[in-house]
Ligand binder design. Structure first.
Ligand code: ARG
Length: 461
């Protein structure tokens, strides 16, 4: 911190410099930091706090620093601690003392808060785009496999047949809630903290609304103490990201199961699978597994930030610098997982013969037979009992329900007539035609609704 040494007799110990520096990771905020500084300088000139000429010089200096950074010519220095000091020091080298006027009516505390909010707003937009991409991939697979039936499960036991598209659309719904969570979190991130100063506000006639407008914020913060010490928006991003990763982890788990020989429901495209270094026959679903695994580190960042914040007295404390690495890693992990999952889903091959074979086995139509008896006037609990007996009878004979003849049905209840033999996977699916059910008509409606949501970009509820 050589250039703000001030009251200190000597530089910080080398280890201390290393320990406290954030430049190794906060350098990625350079664009946001420069954008914030440009808007601030413009405002200072508009309010006659600095001259137009000074503001122009500062602006030009910042533009050329941005170029230096983008062309790899900028020398980041650890002893200058963070991105804010690195840029300011370079600006001083370039335009001299005038650079010092930029920090009028500002502190690094409101400066880093504005940088983080600008970064988060961009990350939210990218995240929503990523979610939409994966949603589209799910819809593509659902659409091309509209007639494919599969077993639906509870307790990982075959329960009732469903359309595979219905199953895939369940993930669409999860991701739709995720989109809405990020849209909601954006509202509270979209608040401009500059003008809060170090903590108490600033004694200059600043125009905060002007700065907000320049930077694309829709509101300005209303309490300076809160504004410099609030990181709720980071936690909200991490919380929403954790939910997405939980959804992706569940999807990953299903793709792992489905691509195993035991299920054999799908084949993952070669481009999204890996081989084994020792077993030549292996095709491993590593992408799905890593998506599942990486959910853990994202949850960890959420927990870490909650723990960092919990004991902090107002207002700014250096602990807040710990917000960055976890957030950056959360964003990187989430965006890359969304992108790679979209590719994996879009290219997976459905083995319809296997799913439909599985959908016809395991007494999966037992509920339909019970519903049949209910329609004939039997209370559901009684019907359940009759069909349970029917299933154990069939199991003893080594047959599926569909393989029993009418006489065998009638041994268990006189309510059965020849129409019971019409019960099939297709009739079971078609019958579930209330809103949200697996009938082709409902799934078709949901697919069209989902396409509309992805297209409009809006929320679905
Ligand atoms: N590197 C710091 C952070 O990320 C910037 C703000 C420093 N402010 C301070 N008063 N030391 O939080």
């Amino acid at each position: 911190m050589s250039n703000i040494r001030g009251r200190f007799q000597k530089d910080a110990d080398k280890l201390v410099q290393q320990y406290t520096a954030s430049i190794p990771f906060d350098r990625r905020l350079y664009q946001h930091d420069i954008a914030g500084s440009m808007a601030h300088a413009k405002m200072l000139a508009k309010q006659n706090i600095i001259t137009d000429k000074d503001a122009e010089l500062i602006g030009m200096g910042l533009v050329s620093i941005r170029e230096e950074i983008e062309t790899g010519k900028f020398q980041f220095k650890e002893e200058l601690e963070d991105i804010h000091m690195n840029i300011e020091a370079r600006l001083t080298e370039k335009i001299g003392d005038i650079a010092g006027k930029l920090h009028t009516a500002r502190s690094r505390n409101d400066q880093v808060a504005v940088d983080m909010r600008l970064y988060c707003k961009e990350a939210i937009a990218e995240t929503i785009k990523g979610l939409r991409g994966l949603q589209s991939a799910l819809l593509d697979v659902a659409e091309t496999n509209m007639s494919v039936v599969a077993p639906g499960y509870t307790h990982l036991q075959r329960a009732q047949p469903v359309l595979l598209a219905h199953h895939l659309l369940a993930y669409f719904e999860m991701l739709e809630r995720d989109v809405q969570r990020f849209q909601d979190c954006l509202k509270r991130t979209d608040v401009m903290p500059l003008g809060s100063g170090a903590l108490a506000g600033v004694p200059y006639p600043i125009d905060r609304a002007f700065v907000a407008k320049q930077l694309g914020f829709s509101q300005v913060s209303q309490n300076s103490l809160d504004a410099v010490s609030d990181r709720d928006f980071v936690i909200e991003y991490e919380a929403a990201a954790s939910l997405v990763m939980m959804h992706l982890s569940r999807l990953g788990e299903e793709l792992v199961l489905w691509s195993s020989a035991e299920f054999g429901f799908i084949e993952i495209d070669d481009a999204y699978a890996t081989g084994s270094s020792i077993m030549p026959q292996k095709k491993n679903p590593d992408v799905a597994e890593l998506g599942r695994g990486k959910s853990g580190r994202v949850y960890g960042h959420l927990m870490g930030m909650l723990a960092t914040m919990k004991g902090l007295p107002l207002s700014y404390n250096r602990d807040l610098q710990e917000d960055k690495e976890g957030l950056f890693d959360t964003v990187d992990t989430l965006l890359s997982t969304l992108a790679v999952f979209a590719g994996m889903v879009k290219t997976l091959k459905v083995k319809a013969d296997r799913t439909s074979q599985a959908a016809g086995q395991g007494y999966i139509l037992a509920t339909d037979v019970a519903d049949y008896l209910v329609k004939k006037g039997l209370p559901f609990r009684r019907a359940h009992e009759v069909v349970a007996k029917l299933v154990s009878y069939a199991a003893e004979k080594g047959k599926e329900l569909q393989q029993l003849d009418l006489g065998e049905y009638q041994q268990l209840s006189p309510l059965f007539d020849a129409s019971v033999l019409d019960i099939s996977v297709a009739s079971s699916i078609k019958a579930r035609n209330a809103v949200g059910g697996t009938a082709p008509e409902q799934v078709g409606t949901q697919l069209a609704r989902a396409r509309g949501l992805v297209k409009s970009g809006g929320g679905g509820y």
